[in-house]
Design a protein around this ligand. Structure first.
Ligand SMILES: Nc1ncnc2c1ncn2[C@@H]1O[C@H](COP(=O)(O)OP(=O)(O)OP(=O)(O)O)[C@@H](O)[C@H]1O
Ligand SMILES: [Mg+2]
Length: 291
């Protein structure tokens, strides 16, 4: 085979590569040498029992907290120490385990903030935004509307404040805010928590559609393994701050280390989280030990 042909068939390196990241909080080791990869355009599940380090991993990738050691590479660029305000610009968006919308902005304005921050580059850009506020605002609102369309947030709801909208619509608005910045990667931390089964099912379809239509890579943290299996191409499971399995849904489901990690906590991975009627302030599935 010619070298050229071999090159063409060489697998592309992952878009995101997290290697050997460690992070402790006091005496608690939240991440102890975790590895994690995401390919461009892929929809992956990130699973693990409560307290296994999933949110901490998202916080490290999005630069909300520092890694003590290890590295995070995005498209070959080391972003381990990237200033936090540059993360959206780098093409990474996220949502939070506890919903974080601005209570004083309408849903449409909330979604627009995603697009505004994406295009803000230090003081130079801030000045430009002042000079060009009308155009910037309109661009951001247009991006917001596209993302809200995609997440099927009804037009009539968009002029409402978050607290005037149903919880599932607030969640979808938060996802739209992340998508409005045109990211190449979004990390969704338990976006279905607190939703009823019909809302969860609709959200699943919307996320699959967004992934396909926008080509954005999606990392989905979700306790309901049945739901994850229906949606994603690949699953990574972490336990005690380290990766214990990675593969197709079938491979992961039958992996002894995964079964033990879940059964060791007396939680059934197949139904974990579904029984919870939790809202944003009560995100842990009932009956599951937390640390
Ligand atoms: N800011 C913090 N201060 C102290 N300890 C923390 C902090 N953030 C996380 N931890 C601890 O680190 C560990 C991992 O927490 P993390 O929230 O990342 O887990 P998780 O996998 O997201 O869990 P869950 O499924 O319950 O959301 C836990 O023991 C947690 O209590
Ligand atoms: Mg979490």
């Amino acid at each position: 085979m010619h070298a050229y042909t071999e090159m063409r068939h060489a697998p592309a390196p992952p878009m995101l590569r997290v290697e050997q990241v460690h992070r402790s909080f006091g005496g608690v080791r939240a991440l102890s040498g975790v590895d994690f990869e995401v390919n461009a355009g892929e929809l992956v599940g990130l699973l693990g029992p409560n307290g296994s380090g999933k949110s901490t991993l998202v916080n490290v990738i999005t630069r909300m907290i520092d890694a003590e050691s290890g590295s995070v590479m995005l498209d070959g660029t080391d972003i381990t120490r990237l200033p936090p305000h540059r993360i959206a610009d780098a093409g990474i968006g996220r949502t939070f385990q506890r919903l974080r919308l601005n209570d004083e902005l309408t849903l449409r304005e909330n979604a627009a903030t995603g697009a505004m921050f994406r295009h803000q580059r230090g003081f130079g850009a801030l000045t430009r935004m002042w000079l060009d506020l009308g155009a910037s605002r309109q661009t951001a609102l247009d991006a917001a509307d596209k993302a809200l369309d995609l997440m099927k947030v009804p037009a009539a709801a968009r002029s409402r404040l978050p607290k005037q909208a149903p919880f599932s619509i607030q969640r979808r608005t938060e996802i739209a805010r992340a998508l409005a910045a045109s990211p190449k990667l979004v990390l969704l931390d338990e976006p279905a928590a607190g939703m009823n089964p019909a809302e969860v099912s609709e959200l699943a379809s919307l996320l699959v559609a967004a992934n396909r239509q926008l080509g954005v890579a999606v990392v989905l943290i979700e306790h309901n393994m049945e739901l994850v299996m229906r949606m994603v191409q690949r699953i990574t499971v972490i336990h005690r701050g380290a990766r214990i399995a990675c593969g197709t849904t079938a491979e992961v489901r039958n992996d002894p280390a995964v079964i033990e990690a879940y059964l060791g906590k007396r939680a059934d991975p197949g139904h974990h989280g579904q029984q919870s009627g939790a809202r944003q302030d009560q995100v842990r599935p009932k009956g599951v030990a937390s640390r």
